[in-house]
Design a protein around this ligand. Structure first.
Ligand SMILES: *Cc1c(COP(=O)(O)O)cnc(C)c1O
Length: 402
């Protein structure tokens, strides 16, 4: 069976994890701090905070911005439910909008959805393709949009506008005009979950890139406290000789990354651009080359004059098919021992969100993309032979169905 997206666990990763276990320090400590510094250099942002998931990062930043009951957060209908769930945790209202043909949130739909309660926009870089941040960043600074904004916390007053909080779970390594995802807007949150391009088993990172008057380093310090019980000293600081006494300055969360996870991340990051991304791009090129002559194939957008994907997903679409046909094709692919996937079942189709009154019929582009989408296996260790097996299985399945 060809799997969909197993992690790359080689001897180098195992050695670093073992070294961490033997070091005597396994929770947040020197490796996590080093991983944060390396990520900040990689993203070219003033500060990065590592946490135990992207979900935690998104919620932490909504809380930091003071998002609460009565507020609205705009996000695409076409995303993983984590993006919406964190808005619910804060007691705010998720306002879903439709996406464009590139699977990303449509800036014109954002404009229509903005109202006096809007506090945050959460674009999602679907499959590693960055959203149009130039346009979204401009939109939130337009006079008519600024006038609608009702700040109710010091952070909201300082920014004076809607916060752009990117769900960059897929897009580490993506580039727009020479700038990496992470530095394209106010705050970007990355995921290091096991299926993501760069994994730490579970984990996430918040890239802080807020404009003046914000001091990103001071915010980083405050977020370290907020993400660890509101404790004014972390475990490492408390361990220093005689430094046992601490205080709790707020009812904080428990979201910190451990050094065991950071050890994996440090190895992954070091070889990410020079090795991981190179191979992922090659695999996508093999798929694209084999499928470009197929009249039924709609290939995903992976590069343009100014933008390059992180090649997280190869989100293929089959022209003109309905959901049931898509599911039958997927079954036929599985029957040939190849794993495929669908990204994503749109959030308004989930029972919980349907129960709140959301309807997928309000997001026609999202539905039309979802109905005929099939994600192909894409991971570092996938061999050229396996790529050919995937293509054969796919072509067999589709051409027997059409
Ligand atoms: C994976 C994913 C998340 C959640 O990441 P975790 O690190 O598992 O919390 C959020 N948004 C999207 C779009 C994702 O794919």
């Amino acid at each position: 069976m060809i799997p969909f997206s197993p992690p790359r666990i080689d001897q180098k990763i195992i050695d670093e994890v073992v070294a961490t276990l033997r070091s005597g320090w396994i929770t947040t400590g020197p490796r996590t701090k080093l991983f944060e510094k390396r990520l900040a250099a990689y993203f070219q942002v003033p500060a990065v905070l590592c946490l135990n998931s992207a979900t935690a990062g998104l919620e932490l930043m909504l809380r930091w911005y003071g998002v609460k009951e009565g507020d609205e957060v705009i996000l695409p209908a076409y995303t993983y439910s984590a993006t919406a769930n964190v808005v619910m945790h804060c007691g705010a209202k998720p306002v879903f909008v439709d996406v464009g043909q590139d699977f990303n949130i449509d800036p014109e739909e954002i404009r229509k959805a903005i109202g006096p309660r809007t506090k945050v926009i959460m674009p999602v870089d679907f499959g590693g393709w960055p959203c149009d941040y130039a346009r979204i960043n401009r939109l939130v600074k337009e006079n008519s949009i600024l006038k609608l904004f009702n700040p109710s916390t010091p952070e909201q007053q300082s920014l004076g506008r809607i916060l752009v909080l990117s769900d960059s779970a897929h897009s580490i390594g993506a580039v727009v005009n020479g700038q990496k995802a992470g530095s394209l807007t106010d705050i970007s949150v990355f995921s290091f979950h096991a299926v993501k391009n760069l994994t730490t088993a579970e984990g996430g990172a918040v890239a802080l890139n807020l404009p003046p008057p914000f001091d990103n380093l001071a915010i980083y310090q405050a977020l370290c406290v907020k993400s660890l019980h509101g404790q004014n000293k972390d475990a490492l600081a408390k361990m220093q000789k005689g430094n046992w006494r601490y205080d709790i300055v707020e009812a904080g969360y428990k979201m910190n990354m451990t050094d065991i996870l950071a050890a994996i991340g440090l190895v992954e990051l070091e070889r990410y651009d020079t090795d991981t991304l190179v191979r992922r791009k090659q695999i996508c090129a093999l798929y694209a080359f084999a499928l470009k002559e197929k009249s039924w194939a709609i290939l995903p957008l992976l590069s343009s004059a100014d933008t390059e994907s992180s090649y997280h997903l190869f989100a293929l679409r089959i022209k003109g098919i309905q959901e049931e046909q898509r599911d039958r094709i997927m079954q036929k692919i599985f029957d040939q021992d190849v794993s495929v996937n669908v990204h994503f079942i749109p959030v308004p189709m989930m029972s919980f969100y349907k129960g709140l009154g959301y309807r997928i019929s309000d997001y026609p582009v999202t539905l039309s993309l979802y109905e005929n989408e099939i994600s192909l296996p894409l991971f570092y260790d996938l061999t050229d032979d396996q790529v050919n097996t995937v293509i054969r299985a796919l072509v067999n399945a589709v051409e027997s169905e059409l």
